[in-house]
Design a protein around this ligand. Structure first.
Ligand SMILES: Nc1ncnc2c1ncn2[C@@H]1O[C@H](COP(=O)(O)OP(=O)(O)OP(=O)(O)O)[C@@H](O)[C@H]1O
Ligand SMILES: [Mg+2]
Length: 594
């Protein structure tokens, strides 16, 4: 710990001695101009004024540089000192992230042990922030040759997934020393590879993607526990998905459900410019829920980065990159990670605000011209990879988009669509009629559906592609007929068309709707989801047969379909057998109509 503290404070002193400090010459909200900082580099962090406000360099012209401040600049004066740090915005990644809440600069909001912006010297020099000791257990032997990504040791008690200490990507060679089992702080050296000291926590610049070996072929689904997604618009592990939806259409609830129930090992939840009480809800929800897989609390495999609407705007910009870097950090340990960003629109607003202050030529709707490449830089960090250590792991990125006025042609929504594999569009009419989750079946898409279908076929569910195809066809046909029925009246449609309308209703209300607040229905296993959909499809077939054998459409429509409609709420979240029993019972009741 002392070594690291010494290095950092030494570097800070060095900066002063070598004159890598200049002065503030202009302040305009988060935009600060400085002059006279020797050799200032793009993206280099600068500490401004006595409060050491963190700012990053975004433009350099001769002696002058333009900075983007991540914190409030209130109180900052012209003539204040601007001290270059020699580093980019970085996180110190080690044990102590899981179960904690950070701000956009990775400083703890809860009682997290440490963690920090990179080089805010005061944070790192503060003894308390680095004092927490972790039990480190070595797994590699002195004298062996190690390469990047190899496991050096583990920290067993840092959250509900095992924390693995890896050989950093810039180190390889003979392991000359490793710490014996015992208590270590994050800044302690735990191994030596050649001359390179490896600490329990290593810094990483958050804008730089962490390296991996390659991207393996094939697609593996991420099970979200939300039926409309898993059955109709599945997302692959390592893909990116977006959830656009107007005000109040259920984006946050859907993302929170995914955070709680998807079958990822680690969840990184970035609350970006959203309401503070929503973040409190997430925290509450996660701390109360038991993790079915580990028996612990769900929160112990979650990292929350909160940059609520009342916090400095520019930190939103950083929070997205911090979030995805944390995700890559756990990916490199071999885990499947999901990053959730709510909302990317609030993040884009921060980009816009800064660009406007900077006098950049605005592109569409006032957003900066590089909006698309900024969005790409975020979404393209998603991926299913072979890690440097040889494990298969993934980062799946899911971002909410809140288009102003629900206008889906606005730039953030349209640019986002270029970089994602699945789009879960939330429909205002569905939300108004309280059909939740309000995922539209006309505007959503899943680009990996064929590959994911093949995965299901090869992994125990050969009926998956046919089931999905029948469901989407039934929805489309029911939509078409209900438009027709509105004109001609439903009773004037032929019997089998009325059965399509009935089937559409059973499918929407009995399968696609899902009550986030219900203990039985909030999460749905793949088997139960398949059983529910199979039930509706067999009931529809049975109804068609009844029509053929002369039973009146009205009789079938007016029969009690409660057994089908209530199955999702009345059977356990993984009870496919109970659904199948109901299905048989429903078919028996229909036969009685003959
Ligand atoms: N799956 C669901 N089950 C039950 N209720 C839901 C569900 N999804 C949304 N709701 C209801 O809709 C309300 C609004 O949802 P939510 O806050 O997620 O919308 P939003 O799109 O995030 O809104 P904003 O644009 O304000 O961020 C919730 O408070 C809840 O009452
Ligand atoms: Mg919301």
């Amino acid at each position: 710990m002392d070594a690291m503290t010494a290095t950092v404070s030494g570097a800070a002193r060095g900066a002063r001695e070598h004159g890598r400090a200049g002065v503030v010459i202009r302040v305009n909200g988060p935009l600060v101009e400085v002059e006279g900082v020797d050799g200032i580099a793009m993206l280099e962090l600068v500490a401004l004024g006595p409060a050491r406000v963190t700012a990053a360099t975004v433009a350099i012209a001769g002696e002058r540089a333009t900075l983007q401040a991540y914190e409030y600049t209130g109180g900052l004066q012209v003539g204040d000192r601007a001290e270059a740090t020699g580093r980019q915005l970085s996180g110190l990644f080690g044990p102590g992230l899981l179960g904690q809440v950070f701000d956009g600069l990775m400083r703890p909001l809860s009682s997290a042990p440490i963690w920090l912006t990179a080089d805010r010297a005061p944070a790192i020099e503060d003894a308390e922030t680095v004092a927490r000791a972790w039990r480190f257990a070595p797994t590699a032997a002195i004298g062996t040759t190690v390469s990047p990504g190899d496991v050096l040791g583990v920290v067993p008690d840092a959250g509900s997934v095992e924390h693995r200490v890896l050989v950093p990507s810039d180190a390889s060679g003979v392991l000359t020393w490793i710490a014996p089992e015992g208590e270590r702080c994050v800044v302690d050296v735990v191994a030596r590879i050649g001359d390179r000291e490896v600490r329990l926590g290593e810094p990483w610049p958050v804008r730089v993607p962490r390296p991996f070996r390659n991207r393996p072929a094939g697609s593996v689904p991420l099970h979200t526990g939300q039926r409309v997604l898993d059955l109709l618009y599945p997302v692959a592990r390592g893909a990116a998905a977006a959830v656009p939806g107007g005000f109040g259409t259920g984006k946050t609830v859907l993302l929170q459900q995914i955070a709680k129930w998807s079958d990822a090992d680690v969840i990184v939840y970035v609350g970006c410019g959203e309401r503070g009480n929503e973040m409190a809800d997430v925290l509450d929800g996660l701390s109360q829920l038991v993790d079915a897989r580990t028996g612990g609390r769900l929160i112990d495999r979650t990292v929350i980065i909160a940059n609520t609407s009342n916090m400095p705007m520019m930190a939103r910009e950083a929070s997205i990159y911090s979030g995805v870097s944390v995700a890559e950090f756990y990916r490199d340990m071999g885990y499947d990670v999901v990053v959730i960003a709510d909302s990317t629109s609030r993040w884009a607003e921060a980009l816009r605000e800064f660009a406007n202050r900077n006098g950049d030529l605005p592109a569409e709707d006032g957003y900066p011209a590089d909006l698309a490449s900024e969005l790409a830089a975020f979404y393209e960090r998603a991926g299913r990879v072979t890690t440097l250590g040889g494990a298969e792991a993934s980062v799946t990125v899911i971002g909410a988009v809140s288009p102003p006025g629900g206008d889906l042609t606005e730039p953030v929504t349209t640019d986002t669509q270029r970089f994602i594999r699945a789009l879960w569009l939330l429909d205002r009419d569905l939300a108004y009629s309280r059909h939740y989750p309000a995922v539209s079946w006309t505007g959503s898409f899943a680009r990996d559906v064929v590959d994911l279908g093949s995965w299901h076929v090869a992994n125990g569910d050969p009926g998956w592609p046919v089931r999905r195809a029948r469901a989407t066809a039934l929805l489309a046909e029911a939509d078409r007929l209900s438009a027709l029925a509105e004109i001609v009246g439903p009773s004037s449609l032929p019997g089998h068309e009325r059965m399509v309308l009935l089937g559409g209703r059973l499918l929407r209300d009995g399968v696609l709707m899902q009550n986030a607040l219900s203990a039985n229905d909030g999460f749905c296993s793949a088997a139960k989801g398949a059983a529910l959909l199979d039930m509706v499809l067999t009931v529809v077939d049975a109804c068609e047969r009844l029509i053929e054998s002369g039973v009146a459409a009205t009789t079938i429509e007016q029969a009690d379909h409660g057994l089908v409609l209530r199955a999702r709420e009345e059977t356990g979240p993984d009870d496919a057998d109970a659904v199948r029993e109901r299905s048989l019972e429903a078919l028996r009741l229909l036969e009685e109509l003959r």
